[in-house]
Design a protein around this ligand. Structure first.
Ligand code: FAD
Ligand code: SF4
Length: 458
């Protein structure tokens, strides 16, 4: 009986061993495990799991195909609605999406939908039929999950797509932010290759807004533009000493390790300070990734310093547990008030204890400093991971685009259309830092809206 069968668990590398390497922590299900897990699915007549998925993957159908050992067909079903399943299967917060709504979850443990997606994504031919050429060109700016999804969807509809990326490698946060031990670069490369095979021309090292403007793209014959430039500008703590040597913003720290392969020394000679005592400030996925990266770079002690409690941390539970297993320590209800240094080098932090008060407008408990509770933490590296905002460069270089007070671009939630004709936007640039799947959902909706716009402008 499916209800009695226990949820299958992926095998994990031993924590003591895994903090010495950057290999993926969890192994993909074996075929037998995947089939056993698929057998737990009830094949509900009204499958709520689909409604929990922002790109509406047909969950029961792909799971049923796994149950029948038809892994290639399961992968094809996934790819019908999800351009990047191998990525989603690894980093999506399924516990708050499809698995949260799974009927089995209400009576026990939900089907491990994410882990089955990760398994099936390794199969299939990775070929998709494309519609006959439409004879129209669309430009996409930014190659993160929003840009890649929109590019893939529009290419399948027969549009000629050029995707412009500022960095020397495509993938956005998937490439420069999320570490190798959670999302191997080979997995991202394979998904980018799939998008290329659909006919998408990826132009790297092109900072739109500087190298070329959006108005110039229209002059070059593009009939619509999708802006998917993410939210890559780090937020500062605004405390004294933030410019000391040894204080990093998480984006730079993680980009040095992931994009610039600092962990592959001496093959890659990317400079990075490998601290002995490392403090990470923040409580989201970015902070947990930075903490686990610091351990793997050889730190003896890593503290996550967070102003609220563990239950309030926005990071995925699974990743917090992984970090704890690996030896990351937590300094909760704590906030830095100063970085302290000697001869320009970071030596430690002055911190203050926090207390939680009534929830604020965002619905989250408001932390306030407890007077006279300050104390010191010694550290030689600190990583600030308290959030990112959109970079204003592209907006400032483009007429008729508008932004909110937080710097996010104003665009229609459903279609991504902006006040500038033919220009659409989606992903973190519109929502602020969010999730891979929400960015993909925005890319998909924008692709449909661009198709409609181009049909109407015929
Ligand atoms: P991005 O991924 O930021 O991509 C934007 C791209 O645009 C970048 O490649 C950038 O170089 C490029 N660009 C910027 N400006 C220009 C320009 N002017 N011209 C050309 N190109 C430009 N989400 C999850 O769901 N699960 C997780 O576990 C998770 N972990 C995370 C860990 C880290 C360390 C970080 C930083 C984020 C994490 N997220 C996670 C969030 C998720 O990665 C983002 O929400 C998602 O990548 C946003 O996608 P996007 O396409 O909008 O932008
Ligand atoms: Fe299967 Fe759960 Fe979806 Fe029902 S809700 S079809 S049990 S995955």
């Amino acid at each position: 009986m499916p209800l009695e069968q226990k949820r299958q668990a992926e095998r994990k590398q031993n924590p003591r061993r895994r903090i010495r390497n950057f290999d993926e922590v969890t192994s993909v299900f074996t075929p037998t495990q995947a089939v056993h897990e698929a057998e737990r699915c009830l094949g509900c007549k009204k499958p709520l799991c689909i409604h929990g998925c922002p790109v509406e993957v047909n969950v029961p159908e792909f799971i049923e195909l796994i149950r029948q050992w038809n892994f290639d067909r399961a992968a094809d079903v996934l790819r019908l609605t999800n351009t990047l399943p191998a990525i989603c299967g690894r980093v999506c917060p399924q516990e708050t999406q499809c698995e949260r709504l799974c009927t089995l979850g209400q009576k026990g443990e939900p089907v491990a939908i994410g882990k089955l997606e990760r398994f099936a994504a390794g199969y299939g031919s990775r070929t998709s039929a494309t519609a006959p050429p439409q004879g129209k060109k669309v430009a996409i700016v930014g190659s993160g999950p929003a840009g890649l999804t929109a590019a893939g969807e529009l290419a399948k509809m027969g549009y000629e797509i050029t995707l412009y990326e500022a960095l020397h490698k495509p993938g956005g946060v998937l490439t420069y932010g999320i570490p190798e031990f959670r999302l191997p670069q080979r997995v991202v490369d394979a998904e980018v290759e799939y998008v290329r095979q659909l006919g998408v021309d990826i132009q790297l090292n092109t900072l739109v807004g500087k190298t070329i403007t959006i108005d110039e793209l229209f002059v070059l014959g593009f009939e619509a533009v999708f802006i998917a430039v993410g939210a890559g500008l780090p937020q500062s703590l605004k405390v004294p000493g933030e410019s000391l040597n040894g204080v990093y913003y998480a984006n730079e720290y993680l980009a040095r390790v992931n994009l610039m392969r600092a962990f592959m020394f001496p093959q890659y000679d990317t400079p990075i300070k490998r601290g002995r005592k490392v403090a990470i400030i923040g409580g989201g996925n970015v902070a947990i990734d930075a903490a686990r990266t610091a351990l793997r770079l050889g730190a003896a002690n890593v503290y996550v310093v967070y102003r609220r409690g563990k239950d309030e941390m926005p990071a995925r539970r699974e990743e917090i547990e992984n970090a704890e297993e690996e030896g990351v320590a937590f300094q909760l209800y704590t906030s830095p008030i100063e970085f302290v240094g000697k001869k320009g080098q970071l030596r430690g932090m002055r911190c203050i204890r926090m207390r939680l008060y009534e929830p604020d407008e965002s619905g989250r408990s408001r932390p306030e400093a407890i007077a006279g509770s300050d104390f010191s933490i010694s550290c030689d590296v600190a990583v600030v991971a308290i959030g990112n905002r959109p970079n204003p460069l592209l907006r400032q270089a483009t007429s008729s685009l508008a932004a909110t007070a937080e710097g996010t671009l104003i665009a229609d939630e459903e279609t991504g259309s902006t006040p500038k004709k033919g220009v659409f936007a989606g992903g973190d640039i519109v929502t602020g830092a969010a999730t891979v799947i929400s960015a993909m959902g925005a890319g998909k909706r924008a692709a449909r809206a661009i198709h409609q716009f181009l049909k109407e402008s015929n």
